[in-house]
Ligand binder design. Structure first.
Ligand code: ATP
Length: 372
């Protein structure tokens, strides 16, 4: 069930025309966004795009300059952070160094004056969910980075917030631990049925954990969609470039019909036939964007007059283990570069394709997208 596909389903979090200025600087610009209950939602963008500011306004640590924020049907204006049904886990974790793991987890519950039996039950539940039972009596300095991260998570979830806000939660972990923890976060979210909002600048992380992603640039949303939609159908050159690797070929539209367009790369040398429709006109220059794994590569020469086929010469190969990224100089006078992914399916010491090889790169009508 994907609530965002049902327009009559009420959003759980709503930003309505929210602007945040710091002096003259506009950090968030008239932004509207709806997030649904139990979604794992990611705010993704480069440094300074306003993603943390947006999250801090939801948490109540910043006040919008204008606009409204609703959480669970309630206007959050004037409501202090501790009275909101959200809880934020900070990048620094902010654990109390002199308290044991269980005391850290219990801290917020004691402040809320919950009965001791309820506190004990919740701490035990959180220790189990975050696999920290054996570390309950340890102090933060006796834990690894990954364990400390789990304590911070347990502490923010113990209060049973309706929304957990995660600001770069895995930033301090090494790659392997990060990947493991991403799956733990997803399991935890499924088990606890809490809405998760994560801020990250790491596109792989957003793609892995999130049901939907909002890509931000300069205080505005540039695309809100599922990871697959963002990857397969980026709405702009910015998004295409930001998420994963992509070839961007500047090309002129030479023909338009009901079932697609034909393009001529500006640097010449081949013809592109695409099933995409475009609101650009014949004669306009656009970007043809195609992922390297959608480009086939083989040794040899192109056929005369072939469409979606271009000859090239290999000038660089990046060996990544599972695949190699092959950079080929293509087009008239080899002025363009096209990258193709080559799957290393058999165990070989040397690639069958190597430097200076003459190659043919080809792709389907449905392989790329047309962007402005
Ligand atoms: P990063 O990943 O680097 O943290 P971000 O997308 O989370 O980036 P924000 O922290 O939301 O960015 O900041 C957005 C912009 O607003 C930045 O240019 C930042 O310098 C500015 N900004 C944030 N907080 C303040 C503040 N309290 N006073 C003045 N400017 C601020």
């Amino acid at each position: 069930f994907s609530p965002w596909e049902h327009p009559d389903h009420p959003p759980f979090i709503e930003f309505r025309n929210v602007t945040k200025k710091f002096g003259d600087f506009v950090a968030v610009n008239n932004l509207s966004l709806e997030i649904y209950e139990r979604e794992f939602f990611a705010l993704l963008g480069g440094s300074g795009c306003g993603k943390t500011t947006l999250m801090r306004m939801l948490a109540g640590f910043e006040t919008p300059t204008s606009g409204q924020i609703f959480l669970d049907g309630q206007d959050m204006a004037g409501i202090p952070p501790y009275r909101r049904p959200s809880n934020m886990m900070f990048q620094s974790y902010a654990l109390f160094p002199h308290m044991s793991v269980e005391k850290n987890i219990a801290f917020g519950l004691k402040q809320d004056k919950l009965p001791a039996s309820e506190i004990d039950a919740r701490v035990a539940e959180m220790l189990r969910l975050t696999k920290l039972e054996q570390f309950a009596k340890r102090k933060p300095h006796q834990l690894s980075g990954g364990q400390r991260q789990r304590v911070a998570l347990a502490r923010s979830l113990a209060k049973r917030p309706k929304v957990l806000l995660l600001d770069e939660p895995l930033g301090a972990l090494d790659r392997k631990l990060r990947e493991e923890t991403q799956f733990e976060l997803m399991n935890l979210q499924t088990e606890l049925k809490v809405t998760f909002l994560i801020v990250t600048h790491d596109q792989e992380e957003a793609m892995t954990v999130a049901d939907r992603i909002a890509v931000m640039d300069k205080g505005e949303l540039v695309q809100v969609a599922t990871p697959a939609e963002i990857y397969e159908a980026p709405s702009s050159k910015f998004v295409a470039d930001f998420i994963g690797d992509i070839n961007l070929i500047e090309a002129k539209i030479t023909e338009k019909s009901a079932d697609g367009v034909r393009l001529q790369p500006v640097k010449g040398g081949f013809t592109i036939d695409s099933d995409q429709t475009s609101d650009a006109d014949v004669g306009d220059t656009v970007w043809y964007a195609i992922r390297p794994e959608k480009v086939r590569i083989a040794q040899g020469r192109t056929e005369e007059g072939a469409v979606n086929q271009v000859g090239g010469v290999v000038w660089d190969i990046g060996y990544l283990g599972d695949v190699s990224i092959i950079h080929a100089k293509v087009g008239a006078d080899h002025h363009d570069t096209l990258r193709a992914t080559f799957a290393n399916v058999s165990r070989m010491v040397e690639n069958p394709i190597t430097w200076d090889d003459e190659v043919v790169l080809s792709f389907g009508r449905d392989a790329g997208v047309i962007l402005k």
